[in-house]
Ligand binder design. Structure first.
Ligand code: SF4
Length: 295
């Protein structure tokens, strides 16, 4: 079988979704869709939910072993494979270690409730088995916003999950959605998200401005006038407020690749916070952004 044929068999989907931080990781399909699948803004909620049968995962790991190029990082694809029962995750990790000996770190998306559902012993066991990094969507630190969007988690539950991950030696990356509260809750979104972020220790924060995807529940609510979407310029002002209020205790990479739908800002927190804020100020003054509407 050629490398091309192997890659065709490895991935059922034409497109794979992963954080930019995982661009150098080997990729393994484990689950499809999200076990929760109810967030109003989420474009993944229409995806079919599926755990690949053990024999297919085994087959894919074997295929991956032929093309892996000595990667030390392996990323499990799927919206939240960490929802899987710990026994299943341990079974997959055993296959990984037997077939992919170069792999030292396994990472994947998780929901905070996937973490909180696992006992201390399970979290320790999974970490020792090599699951060392998780990507978790915070989206907002405001309970009102999380509730409106049907996220199914509170800020306190998110904080509990991160505290437990800190305790058991996991690294975690978080995502935030500027603009998620709409115009009405913009200030609350900035303040409460900054508060939550300042109380945890992520390795990276990735901001992705809210996008209204046709076909999502939020899109229909917006069409009926039930959500006051902000312009990209207003979202950037909100992000500036959040950044100003943030007080990260440990080094953390901050990225937003969706600024005004065309720029990326990136810096190390807390050291480069002022530089990030100055970059935002420059964009706000140069681009006349507050007079621009949505694209
Ligand atoms: S938890 Fe994440 S992937 Fe699942 S529905 Fe919500 S935003 Fe989408």
């Amino acid at each position: 079988m050629t490398r091309e044929e192997i890659f065709k068999k490895l991935y059922d989907e034409d497109e794979v979704y992963r954080s930019p931080i995982e661009s150098g990781s080997a990729l393994l399909e484990v689950t499809k869709g999200c076990s929760w699948g109810k967030c109003l803004f989420c474009d993944f909620i229409r995806d079919k939910k599926e755990l690949l049968p053990p024999e297919r995962i085994e087959e894919k790991i074997e295929l991956l072993s032929k093309v892996i190029d000595k990667n030390e990082r392996l990323y499990f694809l799927g919206c939240n494979p960490f929802c899987l029962d710990s026994g299943i995750l341990m079974y997959i990790m055993d296959l990984v270690h037997r077939n992919l000996p170069s792999v030292k770190t396994v990472s994947m998306y998780a929901r905070a409730d996937d973490v909180n559902r696992k006992s201390d012993e399970e979290l320790i066991m999974l970490n020792r088995a090599g699951i060392r990094e998780l990507h978790i969507g915070i989206e907002s630190g405001s309970d009102r916003i999380l509730k409106f969007h049907n996220k199914g988690e509170t800020a306190e539950e998110l904080k509990t999950a991160f505290d437990r991950l800190d305790r058991f030696g996991y690294f975690y990356h978080v995502t935030v959605i500027p603009g998620l509260g709409g115009r009405k809750l913009s200030h609350e979104h900035a303040v409460m998200t900054a508060k939550l972020l300042s109380s945890i220790n992520p390795v990276s924060i990735w901001c992705i401005m809210l996008k209204l995807w046709p076909g999502t529940p939020l899109y229909s609510i917006w069409e009926r006038g039930g959500f006051d979407q902000m312009t990209p310029g207003e979202v950037l002002l909100e992000e500036r407020e959040m950044l100003t209020l943030m007080d990260m205790k440990n080094p953390c990479l901050y990225t937003d690749s969706t600024v005004l739908n065309k720029y990326t800002i990136l810096g190390e927190l807390p050291e480069q916070k002022d530089i990030l804020i100055k970059s935002i100020d420059k964009l706000l003054s140069e681009e006349d952004v507050l007079n621009k509407k949505h694209n």
